[in-house]
Structure formats: C-alpha cells, structure tokens
Write a new protein. Sequence first.
Length: 288
Amino acid sequence: MKNRNRMAARAFALPALVTMIVIMIVPFLFSIYISFNDVNLLENGGKFVWAGIKNYKTFFTDSRARNSVVVSLKFLLGALAVETALGIAISAFLDRRFHFKGIVRALIIVPMFMTPVVSGLIWRAFFDPNAGIVSYVYQLIFHHKLDMLGSTSGALWALIIVDMWQWTPFMILLIMASLDGLSEDAVEAAKVEGANELQIITRVKIPMIKPTIYMAMMIRAIDALKIFDAIFVMTKGGPGSATETMNMYSYVVGFNFYRIGYATTISFIFTMVVTVVLSKLMQRTNNL
C-alpha cells in the first residue's frame, strides 16, 4: 500500500515537474548554449557559429557593457534606499489611530495598480521641459527650465523618482502589515520605561520587523534590477547611455544590432548579477 501511495504521489507530481523542465530549465540551458555561439541575424543567415567564450571576453572589454552594470547598480541602490526609507517613515507615521485611516491606506497603494508603461508615459509628460508640471514648478522657484530626462545627471534620478512613486506603496503595505501584527506588550513595556514615540519606533518596532523589511527589500531589489518598461518609454537608455541598464543594453544589442549571441550573454550575466544580489539579501535575512 505504501509503495502504491508513493507511486501515485509521483504520478501526480510528474506533470508539474515536466512543465517546469519544459518552461524553465530547457530555455535556460538553451540560452547558455546560445551565449557560446556567434549568432548574428544579419550574417551567415543567422546560423549558429561556435565562439567559445568570445562573447564573455567581449562583455568584459566592452565599455558600454560595463557602464550598463554600473547604471543598473546605481538605479538599484538609489531606488532601494529611497523606497525603504520612505516605506519605514510613512508606515511609522500611519501606525496610529486617526479618522479615515482605511481610506488613506487604500489611496496610498493606488500607484501599484498602474502598469510601468503607463506610469512612464505619465511621468514623461510631467518631466517635459516645456509643458511638464515638474519643470513649471521648478521654473517658478529657480527661474529657469528643468530638463531632467535630457540631462545625463538627472535622467537616472527621474527614473528613480518614477520607481519610488510606483513601488514605495509596496514597501508601506508589507511594513504596515508587520506593524499591525506586533504584540502590544513590548510597546507597553517601553512606555513604562519612559520611552517616547520616536524611541518606540526606532528601538522597539523596527528591530522587531527587520525580517519583513529585508524580505521587502529583496523583492524590490529583484524588480529594480529587472526594470525595462519605464526606461524604454521615458529615455530609451539615454541621453547617451546615462540610463542604459543591462536589460536595456541587451535589448539594444539583440533587437537593434541583431547580435543574438552577445545579447544572450549579457542577459545570462545579468541573471548571475541578480542571483548574487538575491543571495546576499537572503543571507542577511537568514542571519536575523
């Protein structure tokens, strides 16, 4: 009977296993194979020509590729730092009783429901140097126009602002859920000891929800590294290569220059970068 039950369990698990292999593992292994080939749709009829580690050597000697890594990490660190800080601050502020608390919470998460393309188009209009609201307000204060998307120093910050606007609510949602689940005993004990509200937040509540904060940061780090939609509709990687992340550069190499082998190599290295960042965050979370 036990053997029969084991066979039945394996039979039920087999379709899921086969689906996972077909959908995930086979394409992943095939992409690795492509990365070791010189595949150019404009040459040799798009045939696979074995190149060994040539594409990987090209990546590490390609200044534009190195720049894409730096831009990706800058965007990741900037977006993650701002969103985490704002998420904690706003959650702490909202963690109290007041009228219309439910409505405020609901309104805060509205930006999350927009697709990144729509958000990018809206903010591109906001950042327009001639008709955008951001430039208009800036001109009223400083008496000259602001062209963030046309500036090599400002374009990346514009993208970080868009990401912050759309995904800080995600951080708030997770952190507030953790704060709501905290036991009141520790808070009451801190009040008895004479702790003020700021001390309760910084020394009692935040340390207790650190695992949730790190988990939220891990999820946001993955999403921030994968960003493509907003960049494509707002800057297309420009001006120059100021906002050209690894995802964007892989797209340009593959769909503008038709170098599929090299584009796949960039994507594979990008996957390795995401894996390293994810493993570091998971290690930090597990150590808490």
